[in-house]
Write a protein that binds this ligand. Sequence first.
Ligand SMILES: *Cc1c(COP(=O)(O)O)cnc(C)c1O
Length: 217
Amino acid sequence: MSLSEIKNRIAKAEKDSGRAPGSVKLIAVSKVQPNERVEAVLQEGQRLFGENKVQEAAGKWPDFREQFDGVEVHLIGPLQTNKARQAMELFEAIHSLDRPKLAKTLARLAEELGHCPDLFIQVNTGEEEQKAGVMPGEADAFIAECRDLGLPVVGLMCIPPVDEEPSLHFALLAKIAERNGLKGLSMGMSSDFEKAIAQGATHVRVGSAIFGERDYG
Ligand SMILES: *Cc1c(COP(=O)(O)O)cnc(C)c1O
């Protein structure tokens, strides 16, 4: 599928769910994709991208930023505290703030560096053992803790369990965001971004539907 088709589908989903045109941002998830494919999407005018590894992003985005104006890259994968400094220098937003230790590290670095990317707190809506994110029952307290540290928390993020109806998870995330006064909702991927938009997503993270399947070989 092409970038313009995905944009059309986003516009239609916004309209169908009574959302304002342009209220949903498309994050093109470029992880693992060959540079030619990423460059082609940059040529088509896309400027907002998502990566899930610090190292991988560090290897390609400084060059692309030199070639293209206005590029914005968001970290959507887990962040180790020992990579936090590098992440703060590489990304405009981090969608995977998920534990107090990381929050404290980011707060300390923000003070030192004088800036901090926008932060989304990841919530493990399916309470899955292998998945990152704070448990839904702990979200309110963790959001408050991050705010007390002075961190720029702009929203919440989730990755629903593969075998469950994603809309229920999106609705839960929207509810937690609303009662905490958070506007940003990073939710929805290639297979379910229209459902996420119906539940209020402000940022959809779409990879394979734009770039084609990832080849991990
Ligand atoms: C890879 C990834 C995506 C994109 O997945 P697709 O199914 O290719 O759209 C979205 N969010 C996160 C957190 C990811 O790691």
